[in-house]
Design a protein around this ligand. Structure first.
Ligand SMILES: Cc1cc2nc3c(=O)[nH]c(=O)nc-3n(C[C@H](O)[C@H](O)[C@H](O)COP(=O)(O)O)c2cc1C
Length: 220
């Protein structure tokens, strides 16, 4: 068990996992710890569905086929916002982060690597889907973000790696069908969980953070 500071600092998005599975006990422990995340008047609106084993293997195959079909596009419950529609400062960060992979590997092999791993759902042995009831209050989205970070930090503290990804919830209608979830629930984000494949080149990429002074203002 490592402390909170190290768990936060060590966490990074992993895009290639080893096949080693996680036990139900490990998955339950991660979410049990993360449930301590705060929420508006303790509303605890978010629900977590974890998929693993044969079910995830089937869903991974299906995801791969959907990604390969040029006629199928994302229909995510939370809309996909193209980079050009974000504010200028965020756009700059996104292009810098996106450039780290191409800088290391060259644009073509980076794009190939990333789309292959995305289609495979990064080979994560477990995926935690974060859901909210349709018509949720905006504060519930804030709370779900806190729950998501708590899941990843809790996992890290137990030696388990993760990636938060839009990729997991790109096709929510198919997820609702595969997981027998009613249309009353929206799939907001997925978190892949497992053990990083440290030999995989794609995991060499890291994302720089802005200078603290650009993010923080202290006023006295
Ligand atoms: C809401 C959200 C969606 C994301 N979606 C994806 C994704 O679809 N594919 C991907 O490779 N990474 C995805 N990421 C991971 C981010 O790219 C990553 O967290 C960011 O670059 C910072 O890097 P770090 O997590 O390694 O510190 C997502 C992260 C968040 C928070």
């Amino acid at each position: 068990m490592i402390d909170a500071k190290d768990a936060i600092l060590n966490r990074r998005a992993i895009r290639a996992f080893k096949a080693d599975p996680l036990s139900d006990d490990q998955l339950r422990e991660i979410v049990r710890i993360a449930q301590k995340a705060p929420s508006w008047i303790d509303s605890q609106t978010g629900r977590v569905i974890i998929v693993t084993g044969d079910k995830l293997a089937t869903m991974r195959n299906h995801h791969q086929r959907l990604n390969e079909d040029p006629d199928i596009h994302t229909n995510s419950d939370v809309p996909f916002i193209p980079i050009a529609d974000w504010d200028q400062a965020s756009q700059k960060n996104m292009t810098t982060r996106g450039a780290t992979g191409p800088q290391i590997f060259g644009a073509d092999s980076w794009n190939q690597m990333k789309s292959r791993q995305s289609a495979l759902l990064f080979n994560a042995p477990a995926v935690a889907y974060l859901t909210l009831p349709k018509g949720y209050a905006p504060w519930a989205l804030y709370d779900l973000g806190a729950l998501g970070e708590a899941i990843m930090v809790a996992a890290q503290s137990l030696g388990i790696d993760s990636i938060p990804a839009f990729e997991f919830i790109k096709y929510p209608d198919q997820l609702r069908q595969a997981l027998n979830v009613s249309a009353d629930y929206e799939f907001i984000l997925g978190i892949g969980l497992g053990y990083a494949d440290h030999d995989a080149q794609i995991n060499r990429v890291n994302a720089p953070r802005m200078d603290l002074n650009q993010v923080l203002t202290i006023i006295k």
